[in-house]
Design a protein around this ligand. Structure first.
Ligand code: NDP
Length: 386
């Protein structure tokens, strides 16, 4: 029997890799719904090509255009926030949560609340809503399968083992494009330099997060919520080759690691086929060809985002929501050329320092804190630029 799949963020980098795997295995999967923010032409093309039942564009003003692009295809068109959440909650065997940023929170939560199996790439949704999302998953019998390569690696290593047997998790980090750069070079980094990741081909936002190492900070928080370990039992090690995707140390001193080529189709395939395995066209590892694997401690001076994320996790309350929202604003402004590269962490830190929000008790609280933080971070940027 084929699995029905909904892809939230079908037009993005994760969406495209997911579609590549699905289209190589047409007998195993059917597409129920695909979504995008505003890229109507690409969304309609995907919907036609995959014979999707439903295509949803987040921008309501684009409904007519989507309808026109889908005319005669048999695929239904819908638009707006509610339609997006309905598509996420709709009947599908697996929902791929691959919207970028906090924009993915409501649809991902809708899938979780509907008790779906959710393959989570959208780390910001979990970082910003943390325990609210994992509690909702437990309450509603939803399963969260991590797609992020590090968390997917940990998930594979744990393989259902009891958390009492785990002593710590070690997240690997490539170190990004500025791993060996001087502070002065990092200070002058351009968006084009920052987006050019040495090992992975990804969307713009996560590429910048990798360059600041905020990505590893978000992943630290993500790991805490997915695997229930406190900050002090989640370590980060820089591993420039991105071959070991993460490791789990057990109480007896055994360490299990998951290795593979740096190709997101491997963790995505794991989620698509779970609990089985499927073939992928990913390059196979040639260990003799690689010859060596390197490891180093992350440099907290050049990459302060890591420290900020760890402090936010340890502070708890609204801090992870604030960290995430301030970072989204700062990354957007860096990509737009308004602020410099090192301003990203600076803005996040200043925003966190000024925050007095109470801990969110509902998703509406999270959204309110997210929006207030965005205004505060934007204000700080305007002040700094004036
Ligand atoms: P992309 O920028 O490539 O794609 C983002 C997708 O989300 C697009 O389909 C986009 O639609 C859609 N989208 C953007 N904004 C909104 C919105 N406001 N409402 C609804 N849909 C929206 O991102 P990636 O695929 O790189 O990343 C997706 C997520 O996966 C991120 O959270 C990232 O951290 C995570 N991730 C990505 C990895 C990668 O290799 N790319 C690896 C591990 C995790 P449109 O095309 O119309 O703009």
């Amino acid at each position: 029997m084929s699995k029905s799949i909904t892809i939230l963020g079908a037009t993005g980098s994760i969406g495209t890799s997911t579609l590549d795997l699905i289209e190589r295995n047409p007998d195993d999967f059917t597409i129920r719904a695909v979504t995008a923010a505003s890229n109507v032409a690409a969304l309609a093309e995907i919907a036609r090509r995959t014979k999707a039942e439903l295509a949803v564009v987040a921008d309501e003003s684009l409904l007519r255009e989507l309808e026109q692009c889908l005319s005669g295809s048999g695929c239904k068109a819908a638009a707006g926030e509610t339609a997006l959440a309905d598509a996420a909650a709709g009947d599908a065997d697996l929902v791929i949560a691959a919207i970028v940023g906090c924009a993915g929170l409501k649809p991902t939560m809708a899938a979780v609340e509907a008790g779906r199996t959710v393959a989570l790439a959208n780390k910001e949704a979990l970082v910003t809503a943390g325990a609210l999302m994992t509690d909702a998953a437990t309450r509603n019998g939803a399963t969260i399968l991590p797609i992020d390569s590090e968390h997917n690696a940990i998930f594979q290593c744990i393989n259902g083992a009891s958390s009492q047997g785990i002593s710590r998790i070690i997240l690997t980090a490539s170190g990004g494009p500025f791993r060996t750069s001087s502070m002065a070079a990092i200070d002058n980094a351009t968006p084009a330099q920052a987006v050019a990741h040495p090992n992975w081909s990804m969307g713009a936002k996560i590429s910048i997060d990798s360059a600041t190492m905020m990505n590893k900070g978000l992943e630290l928080i993500e790991a805490h919520y997915l695997f229930g370990l406190p900050s002090e039992r989640i370590d980060i090690v820089v591993h420039p080759q991105s071959v070991i995707h993460s490791l789990v140390e057990f109480v007896d001193g055994s360490v299990l690691a998951q290795l593979g080529a740096p190709d997101m189709r491997i963790p995505i395939a794991y989620a698509l086929a779970w609990p089985k395995r499927m073939e992928t066209p990913a390059e196979r590892l040639d260990l003799a060809g690689l010859a060596r694997l390197d490891f180093e401690a992350p440099d907290a001076m050049r990459f302060p985002a890591l420290r900020l994320a760890r402090s936010a996790l340890e502070a708890g309350g609204a801090a992870p929501t604030v960290l995430n929202a301030a970072n989204e604003v700062a990354v957007e402004r860096f990509l737009a050329g308004t602020i410099g590269f090192t301003d990203i962490a600076r803005i996040v830190e200043q925003t966190l320092n000024r925050d007095v929000s109470p801990a969110p008790r509902s998703i509406d609280d999270v959204i309110a804190i997210d929006q207030a933080t965005r205004r505060r971070a934007s204000g700080l940027i305007e002040e700094a630029c004036s």
